[in-house]
Ligand binder design. Structure first.
Ligand code: S3P
Length: 424
């Protein structure tokens, strides 16, 4: 994307990735047929659909509706071959919990990036519940064979705030028809617990702890997937970079466990309005209007805010490159185990285009400037890096080339065409 003169317009971002995975999974575990509208059609969600299909779940697609024929709790079938999770950490972690409660062996595989990402953080609590695992390749990553069976309930104190770990445990307990509780240092995104509660499972939230009761079954449910706030963040940031210009994003999920980026960008000086709030099947949804500021200023973000904006930090770092002063991000060591090491990759790429940035063990510092930025971005196949630097590349005076721009297919296949439509 070359730089443009201005931005304006409306972007209807695709369905939320986290909610899309969970909508398919919970429909597959329900009794009966569920119709899902607004499902994200992207490579990651395709991975979940393909894994469920290989486990005997019938999934049909027609127009905007995806229909899932549920098999009920513990009703998945023995797969005939390894289950390929592609690039999707959510598929691998959530399915490891579900399969741990099924009385057969199954093997999860993934692409090179996913195979490097840690799985023991999910298998450790599942082992305590009674499951067994064999790591077939490295010591901590995929391929992973799950020897599932009968599981006991658990009270787990998680060292990291991770919705994937929490969900693996809750979905294992759900299928094992036992209760479970998970405590996190800070609350991670809460879509799993919201969706379980909507399906009649007893869910109790107490501070950073969440407990579910044993369920016998779950009814099928028709649901709608709201727009993805992590995808919307790229356009909120784009507007923020153009003084006085507004971009409107209707139908976006504004669940408070996901909106940290909106708070931070307002502290930097951008204007954000959230209107027309409704409830879409247990998830608050609204229209976001973001307006650019004459001058963005640097910001400090620490461990308390990071979980609510974990996927938006590459975008924040790129914005910080245009903000006055030094931005400091800490408490974000989880970024090292995302689709790429996002601390190292973001900092190196910022340096490559002329920004003063430094790595910290758990974050980074970025010194903003108005100088034109130019150079090549190495995405490491990481969709969020491609999109964050794509937005920075739209700023007048910048000239930024993105290697492998197609990796946006993981979460937002139409990103570049949506960007071209509002940036002109
Ligand atoms: C996700 C949780 C987060 C997030 C990821 C999606 C989910 O990962 O970064 O993009 O759907 O549960 P962690 O659970 O590893 O923090």
């Amino acid at each position: 994307m070359t730089n443009v003169a201005s931005v304006r317009g409306t972007v209807r971002v695709p369905g939320d990735k986290s909610i899309s995975h969970r909508s398919l999974i919970l429909a597959a575990l329900s009794d009966g047929t569920s119709a899902i509208s607004g499902l994200l059609r992207s490579a990651d969600v395709e991975s979940t659909a393909a894994v469920l299909t290989a486990l005997g779940v019938r999934i049909e697609s027609g127009g905007d509706i995806v229909t899932v024929h549920g098999r009920g709790l513990r009703g998945l079938l023995i797969p005939k071959r390894p289950l390929d999770c592609g690039n999707s950490g959510t598929t691998a972690r959530l399915m490891s919990g579900i399969l741990a409660a099924h009385p057969f062996d199954s093997t999860l595989t993934g692409d090179a990036s996913l195979s490097r990402r840690p799985m023991r953080r999910a298998t450790e609590p599942l082992e305590q519940m009674g499951a067994h695992f064999t790591f077939e390749g490295s010591d901590d990553g995929l391929p992973l064979t799950i020897h599932g069976g009968t599981l006991a309930s658990i009270g787990w104190n998680s060292r990291t705030s991770s919705a994937q770990i929490k969900s693996a445990i809750l979905l294992a307990a759900l299928n094992a028809q036992v209760g479970a509780s998970v405590t996190e240092p800070r609350r991670s995104r809460d879509h799993t617990e919201r969706m379980l509660a909507a399906r009649g499972v007893s869910v109790v939230v107490d501070g950073n702890s969440i407990s579910i009761g044993a369920a016998r079954s779950m009814p099928a449910m028709d649901t709608h997937v709201p727009g993805d706030p992590s995808s919307a963040a790229f356009f909120v940031a784009l507007a923020a970079l153009f003084p006085g210009r507004t971009i409107e994003l209707p139908g976006v999920c504004v669940n408070p466990t996901r909106t940290g980026f909106l708070d931070v960008i307002q502290r930097m000086g951008a204007r954000v309005a959230i209107d027309d709030a409704t409830d879409a099947g247990g998830e608050p949804t609204a229209t976001i209007r973001a307006t650019g500021s004459d001058s963005l200023h640097a910001v400090t973000v620490g461990a308390d805010e990071v979980p609510s904006m974990i996927d938006e930090i590459p975008m924040l770092a790129c914005l910080a490159a245009r903000a006055q002063g030094e931005t400091v991000i800490t408490g974000a060591s989880e970024l090292r185990v995302k689709e790429s090491d996002r601390i190292s990759a973001v900092v190196r790429n910022l340096q490559a285009i002329g920004v003063e940035a430094e790595e910290l063990p758990d974050g980074m510092t970025i010194r903003g400037s108005r100088a034109p930025l130019s150079g090549n971005i190495e995405t490491h196949g990481d969709h969020r890096l491609a999109m964050a630097f794509g937005v920075l590349g739209a700023v007048p005076g910048n000239s930024i080339d993105i290697a492998t721009p197609d990796c946006v297919a993981v979460s937002y296949p139409a990103f570049w065409s949506d960007l071209r439509r509002v940036a002109y």
